[in-house]
Design a protein around this ligand. Structure first.
Ligand code: SF4
Ligand code: SF4
Length: 433
């Protein structure tokens, strides 16, 4: 017997979905459409599916959910849309509806609700979870695992460094220029402690005191991107409260994915009268590290120090959440050019997602691997020996891709590490030449 889907409760901002005029200009920017060529895997197609589910013309079943799940949330479509469609917001609300109303397989439920949501936002749990993973790798027992688990394990960096930053790191430049707050991030403080330290050192050298309040927590990006909006709002409230008592010139973040969520607290808390204004104020003060350093006009306080001769080809991968929602593409390149000059080579499809996309490479490993391969091939094609980017997920994903392709010699690192290392005149790459 044929069943007619019933109209679900309102989850979609219908007017915002109608802003899509079906022009198709976003299709060539959408990584999943580039890979599958399927209209349902394009922004335009997904918006159509969202409306069909909202209207009750399409049941919330496996087919529709698969196309929503396959979306990376990279928001490349938003950056090129002439009609100003707020795709990210439409997606987050659709995902919220999916998570509340769709029964996933036990494996996906465990992966999302336990392995990802109960570990990643809690640094101490992540540290504990990394112990057996590292042991398995050390004993080379990872080869006995199924491919999916092995791939996940390969993402863990060999040089992972955990570090808790001091609450106050004073400026080291002679001329003091102000005070900024710093967001430590969950993955950043457990796996990229060195990068956090490098970021703070760069800010100190540029003349800024850096305050890292201990009351801060997860930015909520992981929850927001996977359709757990209430949990994301809780994270936002905690961070707003932690930073609003401090007198600061800005709040700096060095992870693109977190930065884009931090800049959208105002929108996230729009319907909460107590927190909406506070969220907006907080977001207004958030800046990406590259944005802050470029605006400060100096990487090292004295850029003459940075004029290291750099004879190696370096390329820059645009992390989706820096390039698309935050529209920051110029500043990281400007900072790199100070050191690398003409050896900064543009990466073809630099702003096409590498497949990391938060926890996407765990929940959608097949498409993540396709995009990882695409990114790796582009890097190898231009012969870059160093790949610089600004998001932990991208670093892990691209490193693993190059390793898999037999090119572990190509270095992949965060812009802060690259700048700090060159600033100290300690380039591993330069030494090797
Ligand atoms: S570019 Fe914007 S308006 Fe055009 S199809 Fe894509 S989402 Fe719709
Ligand atoms: S967010 Fe990225 S993957 Fe999703 S529809 Fe837009 S461009 Fe495609």
């Amino acid at each position: 017997m044929k069943t007619t889907p019933t109209r679900p409760e309102r989850f979609l901002d219908y007017d915002k979905s109608l802003a899509c005029i079906h022009c198709g200009l976003c299709l060539s920017s959408c990584p999943t459409y580039l890979e599958t060529g399927n209209e349902n895997d394009s922004p335009r197609g997904r918006i159509y599916l969202m409306r069909a589910v909202q209207d009750g013309r399409l049941p919330l079943a496996g087919v529709a959910v698969k196309h929503f799940d396959l979306c990376l949330g990279c928001r490349a479509c938003e950056a090129v849309c002439p009609s100003g469609v707020q795709y990210g917001e439409l997606l987050e609300h659709t995902r919220d509806h999916v998570e509340k109303n769709f029964a996933r397989s036990w494996f996906q439920t465990f992966l999302r609700r336990v392995a990802i949501e109960q570990i990643f936002p809690f640094p101490w749990r992540m540290k504990l979870a990394l112990l057996p993973a590292r042991l398995l790798k050390k004993l080379r027992a990872d080869k006995l695992l199924p491919a999916l688990a092995r791939d996940a394990l390969n993402l863990i960096p060999a040089d992972a460094s955990a570090a808790k930053l001091p609450e106050i790191s004073p400026a080291t430049a002679q001329a003091k220029r102000g005070r900024v707050g710093f967001i430590e991030g969950c993955v950043m403080q457990v796996m990229f402690g060195k990068t956090n330290k490098a970021s703070v050192a760069l800010l100190n050298r540029a003349g800024f005191d850096v305050l890292t309040p201990t009351e801060q927590g997860c930015c909520g990006a992981l929850y927001a991107h996977s359709g757990r909006l209430e949990q994301a709002r809780e994270c936002a409230r905690q961070n707003i409260a932690a930073f609003e008592r401090l007198e600061l010139d800005g709040i700096v973040i060095n992870a693109a994915g977190c930065g884009s969520t931090l800049k959208e607290y105002g929108a996230l808390l729009r319907d909460d009268p107590e927190w909406a204004g506070r969220g907006k104020n907080f977001s207004r003060r958030v800046k990406d590290l590259t944005e802050w350093l470029a605006a400060a006009g100096s990487v090292y306080g004295n850029d003459a120090e940075a004029e290291t001769k750099f004879a190696t080809k370096v390329t820059y991968h645009d992390a989706c959440h820096l390039a698309h929602p935050q529209r920051i593409t110029r500043q990281p390149r400007e900072l790199l050019r100070v050191i690398v000059g003409e050896n900064l080579v543009e990466l073809p499809e630099s702003d096409v997602c590498c497949g990391s996309a938060g926890s996407y490479n765990l929940t959608e490993p097949e498409m993540a691997a396709r995009l990882q391969r695409r990114k790796t091939e582009n890097i190898l094609r231009i012969g870059a020996k160093v790949v610089v980017t600004t998001n932990p997920g991208c670093i892990l994903q691209i490193r693993a891709g190059l390793q898999r392709a037999g090119h572990a010699d190509v270095e992949v690192l965060h812009l802060a590490d690259f700048l700090e290392r060159q600033g100290r005149g300690a380039s591993k790459v330069a030494e090797a030449e």
